[in-house]
Write a protein that binds this ligand. Sequence first.
Ligand SMILES: Cc1ncc(COP(=O)(O)O)c(C=O)c1O
Length: 301
Amino acid sequence: MSGLPFDQRDGVIWFDGEMVAWADAKLHVLTHGLHYASAVFEGERAYGGRIFKLDEHTRRLRASAEILGFDIPYSVEDINRACEEVLAANHLVDGYVRPIAWRGSEMMGVSAQHNSIHLAIAAWEWPSYFDPAQRLKGIRLDLAQWRRPDPATAPAKSKAAGLYMICTLSKHAAERKGYADALMLDWRGYVAEATGANVFFVKDGVIHTPTPDCFLDGITRRTVIDLARRRGYELIERHIMPEEMNDLSECFICGTAAEVTPVSEIGPYGFVPGEITKTLMEDYLAEVQPRAEMSPMAASA
Ligand SMILES: Cc1ncc(COP(=O)(O)O)c(C=O)c1O
């Protein structure tokens, strides 16, 4: 990956219906989305030239905007096509795609009832989120001081830019202490998620994952649940107290960017990546590859 700042790269960005030069994809500083976080986004990965679960990502993007009270002025089909065009126009086969929608500049106050809605889609090369050599050893997570909010306080089901303030605070604090990432609890004190990924545990051959009632029910999370069921693993979605991590033997996080990443440590709790983690990591990497035909595993599911 190039170390160039993101506003100085080469390529094209889809911006309000047009392909524009990367350097020209600019906003005015008086943009509602910047001041009041009235923005929603997606993170998608392309493998072998195909964006994995593109349609689900696009539907979530539109749903995230609706939760924030605005309609993206492009259909699911238009957005899907634009994502594919951006990937191709930037000559990317394995890459990351970032659509973002936001409120414009017509009104600059808390109220923005009549602001125009914008959509931009960028794509770039993005190798594994975490160092691949470290992946099998497992990454170390801090226990975050910040918590996921009550859905009565913030729109937890929207992939809204504003909700990432908590993630950046937690991730920065973890990185300062030498950790790769942080695990956040929710407002009640239950285990919630990492700063850009969902979390799973294993105990006595059974998979446990938190009920997604106040954080994103990730597309990767749902894919991993399907893969686990296809393998015949028992899987329980439930509230998990942090002290329970004493008795949980394996842990991994998963998300579009993180894929399936084993975890060796969360604060004082230790884990050893084992058979189930390894199997799901491999199954996920197989699942995301574009295929002409269904795999025998999918066909028998
Ligand atoms: C906070 C958070 N939780 C979970 C996820 C996983 O979601 P997905 O698997 O849809 O990428 C993400 C990534 O988008 C995220 O940012």
